[in-house]
Design a protein around this ligand. Structure first.
Ligand SMILES: Nc1nc2c(ncn2[C@@H]2O[C@H](COP(=O)(O)OP(=O)(O)OP(=O)(O)O)[C@@H](O)[C@H]2O)c(=O)[nH]1
Length: 167
């Protein structure tokens, strides 16, 4: 059982503190994986959903989204709500090819899910990815993923973005 101080009350997935705690345990204890990937995703035009259907339907969308995600991630992954309509998935030992597959699976699953909004509406997410060494601090990994999330939004939303960083 996770402590309630580490769970988000609305969606019952890890909250920010829970994600940070998951990460520090992973970074200290993992002896095998040399890399981790981080997926940062954000519901597209969520303000419009709130405005059109009301805040409680908006809340329900976040709850269903979190529930669906929880059912498809691996045991070793860490998943939580980073804030507002933004979620984070941390995948130990996952390379770019695998991360792109996971992200695309999530994107497609959300875009095809019936959120039972009336009138019906497609809900989509944009996803930014970063691939990191085990020693990379989570703040850096998030910053990298956030740049890619921003690009995914700018390129039209409902998409996954990853760009190799130039050093
Ligand atoms: N219902 C509900 N709304 C929330 C919650 N947390 C944040 N929001 C709303 O989420 C909305 C986020 O809006 P923006 O940051 O403008 O982004 P967006 O409309 O999703 O647009 P893009 O991210 O650019 O696609 C705001 O209107 C917040 O009020 C929550 O717990 N429940």
């Amino acid at each position: 059982m996770k402590q309630s101080s580490q769970l988000d009350q609305l969606t019952e997935v890890l909250n920010r503190r829970g994600v940070l705690n998951f990460f520090s345990r992973y970074q200290q204890q993992d002896k095998y994986s040399k890399i981790y990937s981080l997926l940062l995703f954000d519901v597209d035009h969520f303000k419009q959903i709130n405005d059109q259907y009301g805040h409680s339907d908006g809340d329900r969308v976040l709850q269903q989204l979190a529930k669906n995600l929880k059912s498809m991630i691996r045991n070793q992954d860490g998943f939580g709500r980073w804030g507002g309509e933004e979620f984070i998935l941390l995948c130990p030992g996952t390379n770019l090819e695998q991360a792109l597959k996971v992200a695309e699976k999530i994107r497609l699953m959300i875009s095809e899910h019936n959120f039972e909004l009336e009138p019906s509406k497609q809900v989509t997410v944009s996803i930014g990815i970063s691939i990191n060494k085990l020693s990379t601090p989570i703040e850096v990994a998030i910053e990298r993923a956030d740049k890619n999330l921003y690009a995914a939004k700018a390129n039209g939303r409902n998409r996954v973005h990853y760009e190799v960083e130039k050093h």
